[in-house]
Design a binder for this molecule. Structure first.
Ligand code: SF4
Length: 298
């Protein structure tokens, strides 16, 4: 196989994987239904370009009918190349709306120099996007967060917030009026980087506001990438764990009635084992007889 053929083969595989993963995420979480009007939030970064690109392709072959509208919020950051997105969106023939709101000046006015501006900036952006979704009659708001963002958020919340809390693939917005979806939830960031290169998206730099990337998030991303390099598949395993939670083996009393469980005396065939095998304290113990919990307690 020539180098060119090999490259074409790899791109074809990547394209199939991306479309399959997005299709699966949409199906698994019932993200898009017949008659939906989906507002795709486009920042000019690789992830949101890929999201729009893949949704356009999936829409063409979807068994249901839904609409797409791309929305960009021009936050009036210095040097923002205003023409890039409209030119691209016209060239691919997708309906779009550019919302101009000078959140940059508000943030600069309210946040002292040297302090991080991202939390106020994203709060303002969120509010504007919710309003625009209502004005455009959109039923869903699609964001370009991917698998690695989701795992990074889980780690951030564990390390700094003492919470097992990630980033959901689908949620109802704070104001209760919008359903937010993340169709790239199953997609690895490395695939999005390769897809953006292949599709030659006109990427707009993301540091125009002059704010530093959130240092804690950057540190966790670097840590995850290092783990992945040493143990390929680790990010995927962590991601799958988020959809495979065993409340009886965690410690959240709101999710499992630890205080009221009682032994019934009957063994629970084929069920969970009372003592986990991989405790790292020597050889695996002999199988133990498991005491079944009373059904009403479970
Ligand atoms: S990096 Fe800049 S534009 Fe992005 S959220 Fe932070 S302040 Fe806002």
């Amino acid at each position: 196989m020539s180098h060119k053929d090999k490259e074409a083969h790899e791109v074809n595989k990547l394209s199939k994987r991306l479309h399959r993963q997005v299709g699966e995420a949409i199906g698994d979480f019932n993200m898009i239904e017949a008659g939906d009007k989906v507002m795709v939030c486009l920042s000019g970064g690789k992830d949101s370009y890929a999201l729009l690109d893949i949704l356009i392709n999936l829409r063409q072959r979807a068994p249901i009918d839904f609409e797409l509208v791309a929305v960009n919020l021009d936050q009036k950051q210095p040097g923002f190349p205003e023409e890039v997105l409209p030119t691209y969106l016209k060239s691919i023939g997708v309906p779009f709306h550019i919302e101009e709101q000078d959140t940059y000046s508000i943030v600069k006015k309210l946040i002292p120099e040297g302090k991080t501006t991202c939390s106020l900036c994203s709060r303002l952006r969120r509010g504007i996007l919710y309003r625009v979704a209502g004005e455009l009659g959109c039923t869903k708001i699609a964001l370009g967060h991917h698998r690695d963002d989701i795992v990074t958020t889980l780690m951030l919340n564990m390390f700094h917030g003492g919470k097992m809390k990630g980033m959901p693939p689908k949620l109802v917005s704070d104001d209760g009026k919008n359903v937010v979806i993340r169709p790239l939830a199953y997609v690895a960031e490395s695939d999005l980087i390769r897809w953006a290169e292949h599709r030659q998206f006109p990427i707009i730099p993301c540091n125009l506001c002059g704010s530093q990337e959130n240092l804690q998030r950057a540190a966790i991303k670097a840590m995850l990438q290092e783990w992945e390099r040493k143990t390929p598949g680790r990010i995927d395993n962590m991601f799958r764990a988020m959809g495979n939670i065993v409340p009886s083996h965690m410690m959240d009393k709101a999710l499992y009635p630890f205080t009221t469980i009682k032994a019934t005396g009957a063994a629970f065939e084929g069920g969970d084992i009372a003592f986990d095998e991989d405790e790292g304290c020597g050889p695996t113990p002999e199988p133990v007889r498991v005491i079944r919990l009373s059904p009403e307690a479970v």
